[in-house]
Write a protein that binds this ligand. Structure first.
Ligand SMILES: [Zn+2]
Length: 337
């Protein structure tokens, strides 16, 4: 079931308490979204499906219009996640790297709600959780952006739940930087930031040599610091997981990691499987061949890619220790809603 912003906070609390981490997959197509849900159901794990700007503007969703793309994306996840097949899987939709001059407008629209008008009626769609790309923002601008989203949420009477990002690719986030960022929001609007993504020594994207500078102890140090500052638990988020070893990921979870973003490795797996599919079937995907239609249609390639992608997701749920926890978390979230 797709969770609301308030239910999302409860899911984060469950993960912090149980010392497991949420897998957050950047999914760029309807088939990738379905694969995420299928893997989560198969592993009985909660899952976050998230989008950056490029997914919202991509041809499968907004086709150039990121606000339209977000509405379409949320509607798509909601229909799948609330269906009989996936109703017991806790699912969050999260805005990941939203950036550029439209950031404020896109996220204010998301906080106020994206209307879907149909046959004279209207429903309003919301992300479960929101973050934005802070790479090119000063701390002051980052804080102001989050504060303005909270103020819009309060004015509209619509709950919002936030992840705050520090400069992730610039090395380790210092104690002073963490204090400035987290307390810049918390002092005026306590309780809204439930996830914090500091620089942990790794980077976004693929690294042939991995990230030897990544220290899992930085996760526990960040978690302890934000707790000391705010007096409450805030989940620590790892971006740029694609270059990390399984051992590094497991160590990060053991050190209190709460959410891990996963994008580049997924693109490598999906594009590699698609490339292989067309190579393997090149002599059959020709008009007139008896298997042409089955192989040329979207579901042919999609099923082939799915068989590669879903097992990798299941492996990640196991590494993150969220495997086996989906149904019990869902029961807890619903019983206290
Ligand atoms: Zn990221």
């Amino acid at each position: 079931m797709l969770l609301s912003p308030v239910q999302a906070r409860k899911l984060v609390t469950c993960c912090i308490r149980e010392k497991c981490a949420l897998l957050a997959v950047n999914a760029d197509s309807p088939s990738a979204i379905y694969d995420c849900l299928k893997a989560a159901k198969g592993s009985n794990a909660p899952v976050i499906i998230e989008t950056s700007m490029w997914q919202l503007e991509g041809i499968s969703f907004g086709a150039g219009d990121p606000v339209r793309g977000m509405a379409q994306y949320i509607a798509h996840i909601a229909i799948l996640a609330n269906s009989e097949e996936f109703k017991d899987v806790p699912v969050l939709y999260h805005t990941d790297h939203i950036r550029g001059p439209l950031t404020r407008e896109i996220l204010l629209s998301a906080v106020r709600g994206l209307p879907l008008t149909l046959f004279g009626g209207e429903i309003v769609l919301h992300p479960s959780t929101i973050s934005l790309d802070a790479a090119k923002l000063t701390p002051e601008k980052n804080i102001n952006m989050l504060c303005s989203l909270i103020e819009a949420s309060e004015a509209a009477g619509k709950p919002v739940t936030l992840e705050m990002e520090a400069g992730l690719d610039g090395g380790l986030t210092t104690e002073d930087e963490t204090r400035e960022l987290v307390m810049g929001v918390e002092e005026n609007h306590p309780g809204y930031v439930v996830l914090f993504a500091p620089g942990l020594g790794n980077r976004h994207g693929y690294s042939k040599d991995g990230y030897p500078g990544f220290k899992p102890e930085n996760v526990s140090a960040s978690a302890a610091l934000v707790k000391e500052l705010t007096g409450r638990d805030i989940g620590i988020v790892l971006h740029g997981s694609s270059g990390l070893s399984d051992h590094q990921v497991q160590s990060a979870v053991a050190n209190g990691l709460t959410k891990m973003n996963w994008s580049t490795s997924g693109l490598i797996i999906r594009s590699g499987a698609a490339k292989e599919y067309y190579a393997v079937n090149a002599d059959k995907i020709v008009p007139g061949h008896p298997e042409f239609k089955d192989l040329a249609m979207d579901s042919g390639q999609g099923s082939y890619v799915s068989r590669r992608f879903v097992p990798e997701l299941k492996k990640l749920f196991s590494l993150l220790r969220s495997e086996g926890k989906g149904i019990s978390f869902m029961k807890e979230i619903i019983s206290t809603s």
